[in-house]
Design a protein around this ligand. Structure first.
Ligand code: MRU
Length: 346
């Protein structure tokens, strides 16, 4: 299977799948510019919390090369500006997690600026490699909750395309599919307005021959009432120490509906998506262009100046979350104490 984002050693460039073109064409963006990476994140050529974390890490490595700095202070100054440019979306914590990590590496490194730049390239690649390892671990951890024959409801795309390789929900589904000889099914919610479920999740699961059924977001209640799914598994852009899950708009409604129908609701994340500092009321929920709602495929489907509210994410409180699945273990009925215990584990 392809990687969503890769560092090209021969040319010191980054290559990423352009997700705005999928599923119709598979095209890549290839660049040696951190500003181009920032644009890719902003216009969602690359999206999904872990994938934009990896992109930001590699973007910082490109910035280090671009700086041509001969003095460490100049390099740090250039990198601080690059971090501001790369932090283009406010909700997924992986973005600032990656830029902060890269800055720390630069600040703590000894040696010539050439040596520090090389260290940053290695760190950018390592963030991506860690992501691949964490995906597999999340998939293995989830086996305690996902049984053979299960049908899993998901939303948005938390598959390969949202990470570097296997995905978060993607890893849960793929590892179960592998272990249970294909006896796993998925219901994918379309995910208005950007349709990551329809465009990306259905595409990548069908490619892997995973039995996937597409529904619109408004069908979730009916699907639950008819007993078509066994559990919900969603990704997250940020999980707080309190167990609040911030994920794609529609997740909260799904969790409430799941509770009403006694369907377990799980969120699966690498530890890089856990934010132990921010309080629920301080999380910034990204609001996107109103035309994402007003238009479909470049055509207005409403009055062109219709008043619109377009939050890209929502927040599900811990009382609706049956478990948080991470690469380090599963936290059932999350509380701050349990999250702290998990976070202290190495
Ligand atoms: O706006 P997007 O497409 O970047 O939103 C992505 C999601 O909400 C995903 O569910 C989340 O990032 C988890 S991805 C493993």
């Amino acid at each position: 299977m392809y990687r969503t984002i890769e560092w090209l050693d021969d040319t010191s460039q980054v290559r990423l799948v352009d997700q705005t073109k999928l599923p119709l064409v598979l095209e890549h963006v290839v660049t040696d510019s951190h500003e181009r990476i920032a644009k890719s994140i902003k216009i969602m050529e690359i999206r999904g919390a872990p994938a934009i974390g990896a992109a930001a890490g590699m973007g910082m490595a490109l910035a280090a090369i671009e700086s041509k700095a001969r003095i460490k202070g100049d390099l740090i100054e250039y990198l601080e500006k690059a971090a501001d440019i790369l932090n283009t979306r406010p909700t997924a914590v992986n973005l600032t997690w990656a830029t902060t990590r890269m800055l720390e590496v630069a600040k703590n490194a000894d040696g010539s600026t050439d040596e520090i730049i090389q260290k940053l390239v290695e760190e950018g690649k390592e963030i991506a490699e860690e992501d691949v390892r964490m995906s597999r671990a999340m998939g293995e951890q989830a086996l305690s909750l996902i049984k053979p024959g299960y049908t899993i409801q998901t939303i948005c795309n938390a598959g390969s395309l949202a990470t570097v390789h296997l995905g978060t929900v993607g890893a849960v589904v793929r590892v179960a599919h592998e272990k249970y000889n294909g006896d796993i099914k998925v219901y994918a919610a379309e995910t208005r307005p950007r349709q990551q479920g329809a465009r990306l999740t259905v595409y990548e699961f069908m490619k892997d021959k995973i039995d996937t059924t597409l529904i619109t977001d408004g069908m979730i209640g009916t699907v639950f009432r008819e007993g078509r799914v066994d559990c919900c598994v969603v990704g997250a852009d940020r999980i707080l120490r309190t167990g609040h899950v911030i994920n794609k708009i529609g997740t909260y409604t799904m969790a409430i509906t799941a509770k009403h129908h006694n369907i377990p609701f799980y969120s699966v994340v690498p530890v890089s998506t856990i934010d132990m500092v921010t309080d629920p009321e301080d999380v910034v929920i990204e609001e996107r262009d109103p035309d994402e709602i007003r238009m479909i495929n470049g055509e207005y489907v409403t009055v062109p100046d219709a008043k619109v509210y377009n939050p890209a994410f929502d927040m599900t409180p811990p009382e609706l979350v049956d478990a948080i699945i991470t690469d380090r273990g599963v936290v059932k009925n999350p509380t701050e104490a349990k999250m702290r215990k998990l976070f202290e584990k190495e």
